[in-house]
Design a protein around this ligand. Sequence first.
Ligand code: NAD
Ligand code: ZN
Ligand code: ZN
Length: 388
Amino acid sequence: MKAVVYQGPRDVAVTDVPDAKIERPTDVLVKVTTTNICGSDLHMYEGRTSFEKGRTFGHENMGEVVEVGQGVEKVKVGDRVVLPFNISCGFCKNCERGLTNYCLTTQPDPSAAGAAYGFAEMGSYGGGQAELLRVPFGDHNALRLGEDAEEKENDYVMLSDIFPTGYHATEMAGVVPGDSVVIAGAGPVGLMAALSATIKGAAKVMVVDRHPDRLALAEQIGAIAIDDSKTDPVQAVLDETMGLGADRGCECVGYQAHDPQGNEDPAATLNMLINSVRFTGGIGTVGVFVPQDPGAKDDLAKQGKAAVDFGLHWFKGQTMGNGQCPVKKYNRQLRDLIAAGKAKPSWIVSHEISLEQAADAYKNFDSRAEGWTKVVIKPGMSSGEKAS
Ligand SMILES: NC(=O)c1ccc[n+]([C@@H]2O[C@H](COP(=O)([O-])OP(=O)(O)OC[C@H]3O[C@@H](n4cnc5c(N)ncnc54)[C@H](O)[C@@H]3O)[C@@H](O)[C@H]2O)c1
Ligand SMILES: [Zn+2]
Ligand SMILES: [Zn+2]
């Protein structure tokens, strides 16, 4: 089958790899119909993780079930399904508590937890930027979709990661109706946090970034855009909140946060939020941070450390939640909001492409080129078809 294969820093190619197949009785095999490029792929694409050459990317996947293992009871051939990026078992100590983001069964390293498709340090599972995807524990992991699955494909595919992840940021921050919320990052995840905060009834949603095209998407759903290349974002949030600070903050950037000139500082967004969220406020950090970052520019960051304003965070009595999103905790409810027409996460999709066009799309998305907000890959589309 054809797949998007990592060849080294900033180098992917679409090549032939062995077909994904049923390996265990509990597996489901999916023909991938849509698979997204994510900001998380970019940390790997840039060579800033241990992701191995020759592996396939793709953790935001949906498709049609084409084969099921002998032990699969619920999922049937022909079902349209969306797969959480987390691969989990459903029966380990963490899964039983709903923490499918830290499954102990599917992560092969006993000193670690959590697994994902096509992801560094999350097991050796193949990614879905390919024609076929093997889904372990299929009954548990596959979320089935209704008759509108094809019509709303670009909405439902966001259930694999970024919509639940944005929602998780607002959950960890503790967003309730009437809150003011500041979001660091207007990438796909930040925009989903803005959508989630709005769905939850936030009174005011502020999104900080410096890309006008991304900020414009935040404004389309009623958020206030704060361009940190033109204004001090902390002061802008204080001005919007009578000097008190926002009730809640969402970190949707991660360890490669940088200033508008491109100078990286892994503490930049955390400190912006600690300074702009009020005393006793909550912060949800879903942007990825890593325990080691050999590609970082200074020694502290190379060790996965960040100069966080912890004193101020403590002094203000703020709380902070961190980590990967447990997609299964939210995907069913968010699916039903999409089905009811009450959420339309596809408003951020900028490009629909074939697999063959992936290398070019990675380049553009990685450079945050104007207008490249979210790329959805359609493995069934031939490269001759016009991409939008
Ligand atoms: N926790 C999870 O489960 C989970 C799931 C998906 C993605 N992620 C992570 O979320 C993060 C965002 O993903 P994405 O797809 O939106 O990525 P993205 O890289 O497309 O978007 C990040 C945005 O942050 C902006 N930015 C950079 N530095 C900034 C700063 N100092 N202040 C304000 N904005 C700044 C960039 O301009 C960009 O628009 C990534 O780290 C990704 O790995 C985490
Ligand atoms: Zn993702
Ligand atoms: Zn588990």
